[in-house]
Design a protein around this ligand. Sequence first.
Ligand code: 2M8
Length: 439
Amino acid sequence: MDIAANSHKAKLVLRQNNRGNWTCPAPKLYPHQWLWDSAFIAIGLAHHKPTEAAAEIMSLLEGQWSNGMMPHMIIRGESGYWAGTDFWQSHRSKYAPKEIATSGITQPPMLAIAALAVTKALSQADRPTFLAGVLPSIIRYHQWLYRERCPKNTGLVVLVHPWENGLDNTPPWMQMLASARQTGWTKVAEQLNLHKILGLFRQDVQTVPSDERLSDLDAMRCINLAMIYSKKRYDSRRILKKPVVALESLVSNCILVAANAALLEMIEIANTKPPVNLVENIKKTELAIESFWDEKTTQYYPRNYLSGSLIKAPSIATFLPLYSGSISPSRADQLVELLTSPSYWPNFPVPSVPIDDPNFDDKLYWQGPVWANTNWFIIKGLERYGYTDIARELTHKSLGMICANGFSEYFSPFTGEGLGADDFSWTAALFLDLANSAI
Ligand code: 2M8
């Protein structure tokens, strides 16, 4: 594989998807700005264009709500994506910014992690201005997560929509959504199979084959949830009073542990002090990750917040505690054994669902394909726990798969074939980050 030539191509993808001070995930499929996509993009850019990486982070803050919420999307691009300004109607909330339209839900809290990478990449001269610009906002974001999304004060953040989790149609979420109480029009629509009509209007399946995307039924359930939240003005307290679905996410909470550590490091670099209540919450989250462990099946699962039970549908999220860094070395051993077992280690690891699971489909979005960001989390987690050989092997396999198949959104774990959107920004950005450590 030619890492140098492909790094050059990756930089071109990022340049081509750049829209001034922000970058879209993929022009045809995702023309707006997404929260965790831009964080990954900044991590990639930090290596060769730290100032642009800083601009990417700053542009995300333009969408921040006055209560601290960071929306999962800022609606910036031209049309071409079905859920835009009219769909979200962020103006319904008094906290939404007036000048810019956004969604009303959030996404995994990668922001502090990316901001720390950028801080370290910037020159000594540029650092103080950047830190002064981002730190108060990121602190407010983490405080919002704990204030509004941690109703039982356990340290674990609760998500209310699959899109907040980032791994949209991952089995635990789809299972929870399918068993949720049905409301209003969707109840009738499901009985009459009307969700099939939705397929006629979906723009994603005009760009990408429909067997690589969310089913019409799952898409309809996601849309319905967003509409319910819009009516509640995206007020977390109202939403969590009588939730349709609510999940203590393994993905978001593990990322939050790492993001909290990054935030504290930035606060230290800036020579200031973190708010006391934030420090207390940070400790709680670290300790609470272990509550996701299931001794019987020896793996981690997310928890249905309403029933209090773990949702035991296997998915790649089980490896995220490695990235959090808050589990014991013996737990890490157990995870590595699972990771390198045939279920998770086909020709092109790591599938988003184990290949021997009934929910697995090698082409279906977050229900089987390999994604650059989840491989990146696992590699960083392996490094953290000292599994350098496996981390190196997975880095090489990931880079090789991308070199051979292009900067696709996701890949078949059997053939490495690129699926979903072409020229996907976070694949390019994380290629650059991994290539950098592989050299
Ligand atoms: C996908 O999610 C959006 C909704 O947010 C979609 O399905 O249209 C997910 O892969 C998500 O993780 C990602 O941030 C987004 C943009 O790349 O696309």
